[in-house]
Design a protein around this ligand. Structure first.
Ligand code: PEP
Ligand code: MN
Length: 318
């Protein structure tokens, strides 16, 4: 249920309404926009029907949220989500690259990439320490050691880190070393993991699953948000269809199409671009075919800036 308050509603009126909601055993979520304050209510909506909320001072209207996802719905807050991590803001007017290797390979290459990203004024570095691989015999990531390398690189080059967690048992380590936790495409409907991430003090970057509908993806976001963590970053990474001409991993999976995908994503209003960058993609341990080198990344940044500026957005890259 959404309670839309009148413009200029008084503070004590808001307190009175929220207290009433709590007394009914429901949870109010206040969202203050530039023009309006909205209270989203989660819980058994039948209880709200018993209360004369629409007649209360300061209330303009009371509406049901018809979508199955509530907190992940734009109706619930009435505004864009902005997430602040240290001095970096995700959402709003500045677009960020989330750039780095598919997997952390060793200290030297990770430092080299981090140094390059800092030179390019990039603030968010990605890199996998726990890798979801199709084959159990393929490289599975450096695990805890990979997390420590990422942290050292981030601290040395003033970056924030996003890395994937695949299992509940690794959550504490990932929270300790990373700034944003990635849930990969394969875990998007691992509801137990999602619930657990609902109570960690880190934003979650939630990738779309290999075959998830938008509504299912948003319901996965709801799993995290309904447990208290409202900082969910949705990452559209493409879905798998009957088409085999391009591997859809991370959008296209083919290096030559990446620039166009980046520009299209910026033009369509994305707040961030997740991109795999490596000093020598052909020698990368994982996902080399969809990874760009430093020169290609620089070329992408140059055009990305023009696209961003054309839609009045800033972009964090030199
Ligand atoms: C990745 O980001 O390297 C990754 C494994 O992504 P996805 O879950 O989208 O395949
Ligand atoms: Mn990858």
């Amino acid at each position: 249920m959404i309670i839309v308050l009148k413009p200029g509603v008084a503070k004590d009126e808001i307190e009175f309404i929220t207290e009433k909601i709590r007394l009914l055993g429901l949870i109010p979520h206040i969202s203050t926009g530039e023009e309006r304050t909205i209270i989203g209510v989660i819980g058994d909506e039948n209880k709200l029907r018993e209360a004369p909320l629409s007649a209360m001072a300061g209330v303009e209207s009371v509406m049901p949220i018809v979508k199955p996802y509530k907190m992940a719905s734009r109706d619930f807050t009435g505004k864009d989500t902005i997430i602040k991590i240290k001095d970096v803001q995700i959402g709003g007017n500045v677009l960020h690259f989330f750039a780095g290797p598919c997997t952390v390979e060793d200290e030297k290459s990770t430092m080299q990439i981090a140094e390059f990203l800092q030179q390019k004024h990039i603030r968010i570095m990605r890199g996998g320490a726990f890798k979801p691989r199709t084959s159990p015999y393929a490289f599975q990531g450096l695990g805890l050691e990979g997390l420590k390398i990422l942290r050292r690189a981030a601290d040395a080059y003033n970056l924030i880190i996003v890395t994937e967690v695949m299992a509940m048992r690794d959550i504490d380590d990932v929270v300790k070393y990373a700034d944003i936790i990635q849930v990969g495409a394969r875990n998007v409907q691992n509801f137990t993991l999602l619930k657990e991430l609902g109570s960690v003090p880190r934003p979650v970057l939630l990738k779309r699953g290999l075959a998830t509908k938008i509504e299912e993806w948003l319901m996965s976001a709801e799993y995290i948000m309904s447990e208290g963590n409202k900082e969910v970053i949705l990452c559209e990474r493409g879905i798998r269809t009957f088409e085999t001409a391009t591997d859809p991993s991370h959008g296209v999976g083919v290096r030559q199409y990446i620039p166009q995908m980046v520009y299209a994503a910026i033009a369509s209003g994305s707040d961030g671009i997740l991109l795999e960058v490596h000093p020598d993609p052909d020698a990368a341990m994982v996902d080399g075919a969809q990874t760009v080198d430093f020169h290609e990344f620089t070329v992408i940044c140059d055009s990305a800036k023009k696209v961003a500026h054309a839609i009045n957005k800033e972009i964090a890259c030199l």
